[in-house]
Structure formats: C-alpha cells, structure tokens
Write a protein that binds this ligand. Structure first.
Ligand code: CUK
Ligand code: CUA
Ligand code: CA
Length: 650
C-alpha cells in the first residue's frame, strides 16, 4: 500500500512529517498545533475573505448567495434534526436557511412546555419515590430516525444520553419524547443507530431495533467490586426494541464501543473501537497502532439467545451473550468480527448503496473502507482474516472524524485538525488500494476550509438510500471570530456547503448553542407533523368548560380546568394548606397555534397546553394566600386578563 502524498500535493502544499500516524507525544503537541493553526484564523486578515459568507446576502467570490436565501414567508426545503449535546435536548432547524425552528426537551427540563414539571413528562423521564425527577440533565450526541425500505419513514427519532445512559424516542408527529429507557450495566452510552430492516424476516422492512454503544468499560456489575482492577472491566453492546423500548439483549465485547452504524439489509451492526487497549489513561488508549471496527451478526446473536446461550449480570434480567474474541474465533459460529483499523478511529458511516463502511482514522490521517459483503463472507468462512474485508484506506488529511456521502460516489470527511472538509472518491480509493497508481491522483478531488475544527459532517438524506448530493453541513466545534463576540462562551458554527457541483461551496454560517454533535438532514415531504392534538388521546381530558370543578378525596384535591381564550374554566378555586393538589388542564381551543400557558406564582409551576392538549401537575399547597394562576403564553388580546385565583386557606 503506497501513500497518497501525490494526490494530496495536487490540492494542498506538501506538509512533510505532518501526515503521519500520531503517536502519544505527537497528539499532545499536535492538538495544540492544530488548534493554534485554527486560531490563526482569528486574525482579521485571515478571516476577512470569508466574512461575507456570514451575511448570506449578495454575491461574493463567484458565489450567488441569493440562490440559497429563504425569503420571509418561504419554507425551507429540508428539516435538520440535531442533538443538543449537554443541553440534553433535540433541535430542529430548517435548511438551507439555518433557522432554528424548535427545541424538543428530552433529558432536560423546559419551562415553556413544562417538560420535567408536568406529571405526563415526569412519568416519561422517571421520578424518585418522592416525585422528584430521577435525573434532570442529559448529554445527547446522536439523533437517528426510524427507517422503512432504507429511508426515513417519519415515525420516530431515537437519541442517546451519554451521562445517564438512557435512550429516548421522539414521536415525529407531535415532536415529543414518548419513551425513555435506561441501559443496565453501561457507562458512557455514546453511539446509537436504529436497524434499517429485520434480518430475521425480510418482510419486516422497517426499524425494529435500536443499537447502543458503550464507551467506558466498568466492573460488571458496577457495585463496588473490582474498583481498581481494570483487567476485570468490560463493555456491553445493547439492543433495544424500537416499539416497546425494552432492552432485548446485550453483547459483551473486548475493547470499547463508540459510534454505531447499521447495514441496509439488517444483518450487521458495527462500532468503532478506540480503546481496544482497555486503557484507563489516554496514553494507554493510544498504545497500539491498530484498534478495531467491530461487527455484530444480529441473526446469530438472537439465535444464541433463543438457544439459551446467555447469562445475566447483577440485578439486570437482560440476556447477555459473549462477543469477546476468545469466544468467537471460529467464523462459522462467531457472533462478532473485529476488523483491525488504524489507531483510535472515530465516526463510522455507511455508504448509501449499502456496500461500504467508512471508519474515520482520527489519530491516523486515513479513512478505512470496509466492504459489507466481505464481512459477511468472513462470517461464512470464506475470508482468511477480518482485515481482508478492508478495500481501501486513503490518506485524506489530519484528524478525520466523520463522513457523509452523496449519490455520485463521493465521500465528504471532516478533518478536525486541518479544519477542512475533504471530498474523495470511493472507486479511486479502492483502485489505488488494489495497486492502481494512476488512481492515486483521483482520490482527493476537493478540499474546503471550515471555521473551525469540524466534528460531525453530514449530507442531505446521506444516511439513506435516497442520498441526494445537494448539501453538506459541517458542525464546527469552534467559531472564534465568525460572529459578534458574546463573552467567553462562543457559539458553535454550523456551516452549510453546497456539494452539488465539482467544487464545494461554503454558502452559509449559522451560530448554534453549544454543543450539538450530530445532525441529520431530511427532505421536508417525509416529515408530517400534526398541527393540533387529538383530545381523545388524553384520558384525563376535561372536555367542556362546564366540567371544570374541584374534587376532594381526603387531603388529595383534583382541580379540573379548561382554557379557552380568554378564560380559564374556573375564575377561582379553593384548597387548604397542606393539600396535595393536582391540576388537570385541557386547552379547548381548536385554532392552530393557539397555545395557553398555566403558571402559579411562588409555586414554581409553569407549563403550556396547545390546542386540544391536556397536561397535569401535582404539588403540595404549602403556602397560604392568594395566587393568581395566569396564562404564560401570549394567546389573545386579553391574554393578560386570562387568570384564575387559587385561594389557599391557612
Ligand atoms: S461524537 Cu461529537 S464530533 Cu459524540 Cu458523534 Cu464525533
Ligand atoms: Cu391564554 Cu395567554
Ligand atoms: Ca487505541
């Protein structure tokens, strides 16, 4: 295998000694060097040529920005769903405008919706016996929707919580989280990806499972045993049922599990492993030159579980199978296949034709292309070594993290250290790997600077069979000088790149609140949200203003209320100090967008009800006095007058 310096030299000046594997000393130094290279962009002179892109107006450098403008009243062509990082939420924005449309609270609290305040949301998030939230923080990294026939079906989105090891499902008709499940015996749940069909029944062509990674190895169970004996720590791959959201099974592996990708036929799921060393310090995690991309054979694992070849860990009832190398040496029966890839790989993404997995090198300047058919061939005993499934390993630049694909055979990879996106050709990379020297020059076809240090990058519809090759979004970890300064916490920079032509064109900057990791871009016709709730879906609904009432059962008081602009069903209601009060509120308005709020001063209660929706809250009326419950969502000319008095007697 020759290196691709020639190809690189066509596009960027040769940088002797930089495009090498990074050893322990180098990464420490280079992280600094890479960042300071990026920081050089802070100089006004460096920033000036691109500064106009932020305005999205006019025509600069031959780019007709007006072509990408979304005028007032016009709708975007795509939805982008993005994780919210340590905000714990999911965000929706429109493309190409970059306008943020909504934030969906998931693992976090939200004062507008009342997420984490209403009884309905608390039941989904999970509470302690005293009714307080079990967790009120989260760290969402990856959002991926459900599939039918290899493309998005608009039913659900699944999202991970790295901190508290939970997987959440969001309904795409109401854009609300409806289930949250915690993974047992897992710490650092990072990658998540739904399957694209059922490998056991070809007739089931939609998502049935959600696969979950496990970045941090821990003692099993993590109950105080083996505290400082890392040789006993291990990681579990988890499979969650997409409908019931119960954990179906887990698979014990060697090394760790980072990001996840699934095949289009449902047969394989894979994960990059950067800590095959099972190190507990970063230096130890970089000890070997090759880590792995692990492949799991879903049908075989489920057959093993059906045959009772599983065990359980601690209090968990979830069946666990052994996917370690030692237990899976024979391909004929193996549940797992460990394909060696260069040092500390990061993102792994599947090409839209379903043929290849692209595993980005991170500490190696390469992307490793692994053929789906060849991994299956290994499981069938037809391939000598797992590494033989590798069909290309082009050098693309420094710090490759994530890749997106178009529909013309090109891959777009983010280069964290180079602050660039590199466009490269899959066929040329494969030919070059086979020894075709003429193909070397045809691998890298374009590079574009981004601002700065990109993490995830993704193409429009690029994780589906319907990849359309129109846009690439680079989610950049640093924005530095790209926006008005707003204090030491900078926004991140989500940059829109037109990839429809030969050259990539940077057409828009959008500041984003930290820290979304990943997003996906969905054609707007796929998403069909409801505009109004169905009152019959709420068992507690109060269906008429005349049903508004107070019911007492000992110290438990239930207040049934309606809201209909500009009135709340009861102008006043009385409770006694110390009562446990439950307020059930239905919005009877049917006008689209006519949302009411309900806030109780000094009781820390605030939530909304949208048309035909019912929500409830429960609290102890521990403070006597008059409390004006008011509508907190502007709804009507008499919005300020829309109030009710809660009279709490001493
Ligand atoms: S990880 Cu953030 S840039 Cu959490 Cu998807 Cu790669
Ligand atoms: Cu109802 Cu404001
Ligand atoms: Ca490693």
């Amino acid at each position: 295998m020759t290196t691709h310096k020639d190809a690189d030299a066509n596009v960027v000046p040769e940088q002797p000694g930089r495009r090498k594997f990074l050893n322990t000393a180098a990464i420490t130094g280079l992280a600094g060097a890479g960042l300071s290279m990026g920081l050089a962009g802070c100089n006004k002179e460096d920033a000036a040529p691109d500064a106009a892109t932020a305005t999205g107006a006019g025509s600069e450098g031959g780019i007709d920005y007006a072509k990408y403008a979304v005028h007032p009243g016009q709708l975007d062509e795509y939805y982008a769903f993005s994780s919210g990082g340590h905000s714990g939420e999911v965000r929706i924005y429109g493309l190409p405008s970059g306008r943020e449309l909504r934030r969906i609270p998931v693992f976090n609290m939200d004062c507008m919706l009342g997420w984490g305040i209403t009884n309905e949301s608390k039941a989904i998030i999970g509470t302690n016996p005293d009714g307080s939230l079990k967790y009120n923080t989260g760290d969402t990294h990856h959002v991926h929707p459900s599939y039918t026939d290899g493309t998005y079906d608009g039913r659900y989105i699944f999202v991970n919580d790295k901190i508290n090891t939970r997987v959440a499902r969001v309904r795409l008709d109401t854009m609300e989280c409806d289930k949250i499940t915690q993974l047992p015996n897992v710490q650092g749940f990072h990658g998540i990806f739904p399957d694209k069909r059922d490998p056991l029944d070809p007739a089931i062509n939609h998502t049935t499972r959600v696969f979950c990674g496990n970045e941090f190895h821990i003692p099993q169970p993590n109950d105080g045993r083996d505290l400082d004996d890392p040789s006993k720590y291990f990681c579990l791959f988890s499979c969650v049922d997409a409908e019931t959201m119960q954990v179906r099974w887990q698979c014990k592996v060697d090394g760790n599990l980072d990001l996840i990708a699934t095949s289009y036929d449902g047969k394989l799921v894979c994960s990059n492993q950067y800590n095959t060393e099972r190190g507990v310090h970063y230096v130890d995690m970089m000890a070997v030159e090759r880590d792995s991309c692990i492949f799991l054979n879903v049908a075989r694992i489920e057959a093993a579980i059906a045959a009772g070849k599983s065990f359980t860990i601690g209090d968990s009832k979830v069946p666990v199978v052994d996917g370690t190398k030692a237990a899976n040496a024979d391909p004929a029966t193996a549940l797992t296949c460990y394909v060696p890839v260069p040092k500390n790989p990061h993102g792994v993404n599947v090409s839209p034709d379903g043929k290849y997995y692209a595993c980005a090198g991170k500490l190696s300047p390469t992307v490793t292309l692994i053929a789906h058919e060849l991994v299956l061939k290994w499981f069938d005993g037809g391939l000598a070594e797992p590494r033989d499934a590798v069909v290309a390993e082009p050098e693309v630049g420094l710090g490759p993290l994530h890749s997106g694909f178009d529909n013309r055979g090109y891959c777009y990879t983010t280069l964290f250290l180079d602050s660039q996106i590199v466009k490269w050709n899959l066929d040329a990379a494969i030919k070059a790997y086979q020894g075709d020297k003429a193909a070397l020059d045809k691998i890298v076809v374009d590079r574009i600077d981004v601002h700065y240090q990109p993490g995830h990058g993704f193409t429009s519809m690029g994780e589906t069979r319907e990849a359309d090759g129109r846009y690439f979004v680079s989610d950049n970890k640093f924005s530095k000088d790209r926006f008005l300064p707003v204090g030491p916490v900078h926004p991140e920079n989500s940059q829109l790149i037109d990839i429809s032509g030969d050259k990539m064109l940077l057409v828009h900057d959008s500041p984003v609140h930290s820290e979304p990791h990943d997003s996906i871009i969905i054609r707007r016709d796929i998403i069909k949200p409801r505009q109004i709730y169905n009152i019959d879906e709420f068992p507690l609904a109060v269906k008429s203003p005349t049903d508004s009432r107070v019911e007492r059962n000992g110290r438990k008081v239930t207040v049934y209320l309606t809201s209909q602009a500009p009135t709340i069903g009861l102008a006043e209601f009385s409770v006694k100090r110390g009562d446990e009060v439950t307020i059930i509120l239905t919005n009877l308005d049917k006008v689209e967008d006519l949302t009411h709020g309900f806030a109780i001063p000094n009781y820390n209660i605030n939530f909304i009800v949208s048309p035909q929706q019912t929500q409830s809250v429960t609290f102890i009326a521990d403070k006597p006095g008059v409390y004006w419950c008011y509508c907190s969502h502007f709804c009507h000319a008499l919005h300020l007058e829309m109030r009710s008095r809660m009279l709490v007697s001493a």
